[in-house]
Design a protein around this ligand. Structure first.
Ligand code: HAM
Length: 427
């Protein structure tokens, strides 16, 4: 067993979220909550660990995630525990455990939090990452599929992304997928030697994965392979047409991609991915993925309940966003610059008065020179600096400097809070 504990570094593939990225992530989360509110979704928080069987029974034993990417350990009660690699399984477990369907036939849930996968890490692919995910339970109609796709595009736009592509596909259902699978196997079997090593290995248990293999030789083959839409049963074909019609009505542009097969076993009918062509994403440019999973709630012991959802990777989102990082990590709108210890102490009640009005304020306690404090104010990018000196204090005034215009004025201490409030409102 390798022991890296002496080196005091973060676990490989995991990273520290430091300012200014932590601030950018918080802003992303804030916008996320707001957009989700507009669609009527409510937040759920499930534990970051679950019993291992939950994931093998939902994501699927033969998937990459369950086969080789899970962080699994035995706890002190000798139970096998896994750090969640995704959020759908836990959401479904909670939905079933609390018999949510009894209280409400339709639930629109979302969640936000860290997920863990022992993947080969690179830019945009980490071993701990954050997902914002949604799950809609209880709606079998194609309207729900189109709604969550409109939501994923809306979220990405609200975050400031533009070069987006929504890819959609249908994988059929328990009725028509076996025939499709058989057709695909019949097509691939005589060409098996031409597949990459990975696909040759998974061909037996998961032939659909060949379709979205990134290796050139598999891609070339999959272009000629039969597509799931051609094999869709009547119900799946009608559902598919309904999804496309709703997307048109919602004015959500999409690209039908018959090769879009997702790496989790629970999907039926619609699958989709949102790809970004901007920013510094490189090859890991899939921002979000999702689809319908009508069988999963029943499979995990609940009543048969249709469901559809997606999850968006927040680290990828940050990489896709244009670079607009503030020079230094502070949210201060106002910085106090004080000359001497008595002035610092006298500033304390003023600082608190501003904070109680909801204004973000920073003040140096280290006795730095006025020049250094001004430099810091510049780097922070605050809107207003309040200069407090002993002489002015004797006259019960302070100097308020507007950074944008480099103009300043003396303001009586008693009027300070109202004056700054006004300045911030107009800046
Ligand atoms: P997924 O495609 O495995 O789907 O993950 C969704 C998104 O999470 C990806 O598109 C990507 O942005 C991000 N992601 C995945 N793995 C990593 C990683 N190692 N590092 C950084 N970001 C990553 C699911 O997880 C499903 N539960 C989605 C879903 C919800 N389907 C229905 N409901």
């Amino acid at each position: 067993m390798k022991d890296d504990s002496e080196r005091l570094q973060s676990v490989k593939g995991m990273y520290d979220l430091l300012p200014p990225d932590s601030l950018r992530l918080r802003e992303v989360e804030r916008i996320g909550h707001e957009v989700l509110r507009r669609y009527g979704y409510v937040e759920v928080r499930t534990p970051v660990v679950e019993y291992t069987t939950l994931f093998s029974r939902s994501i699927g034993d033969a998937t990459d995630i369950v086969e080789k990417e899970m962080y699994t350990f035995t706890d002190r009660d000798e139970r096998s525990i896994t750090m969640r690699p995704e959020g759908t399984a836990g959401a479904v477990r909670a939905y079933v455990e609390h018999a949510i369907h009894k209280a409400d036939p339709v639930s629109r849930w979302y969640y936000l939090g860290p997920m863990f996968r022992h993947e080969r890490w690179q830019r945009g692919r980490y071993r701990q990452f954050h997902q914002l995910g949604v799950e809609v339970f209880g709606v079998a109609d194609p309207g729900a599929d189109a709604e969550v796709m409109a939501l994923v595009v809306d979220l990405a736009r609200a975050f400031g992304l533009e070069e987006l592509e929504l890819k959609v596909n249908t994988l059929g259902c328990a009725e028509c997928r076996p025939a499709y699978r058989a057709g695909l196997v019949a097509f691939l079997e005589p060409r098996r030697e031409l597949l990459c090593e990975d696909c040759q290995r998974r061909f037996g248990h998961n032939p659909l994965r060949v379709l979205d293999c990134k290796q050139e030789r598999c891609r070339a083959l999959s272009l000629e392979a039969p597509s799931p839409v051609e094999h869709a049963c009547e119900g799946c074909a009608a559902h598919w047409q309904g999804v496309l019609a709703d997307l048109r009505a919602l004015e959500v542009a999409c690209e039908v991609d018959a090769r879009l097969v997702r790496g989790l076993d629970y999907y039926s009918r619609t699958t989709f991915e949102l790809v970004s062509h901007g920013g510094q994403l490189g090859s890991q440019n899939t921002l979000a993925g999702g689809g319908r999973y009508d069988g999963l709630v029943g499979q995990l012991g609940g009543p048969p309940t249709p469901a559809v959802g997606f999850a968006m990777g927040l680290e990828r989102l940050l990489l896709a966003l244009p670079e607009d990082r503030p020079a230094l990590a502070s949210l201060a709108q106002v910085v106090f610059v004080t000359r001497g210890e008595p002035a610092r102490r006298a500033a304390l009640p003023m600082v608190q008065a501003l904070r109680s009005r909801g204004i973000a304020v920073e003040l140096d306690h280290r006795g730095m020179s006025v020049k250094s404090q001004m430099k810091r104010a510049d780097r922070v990018g605050c809107s207003v600096v309040v200069l407090v000196g002993e002489d002015e204090l004797q006259r019960e005034v302070v100097t308020v400097r507007r950074m944008a215009t480099s103009t300043q004025e003396e303001v009586p201490v008693v009027e300070l809070a109202a004056r700054i409030d006004g300045l911030l409102r107009t800046s």
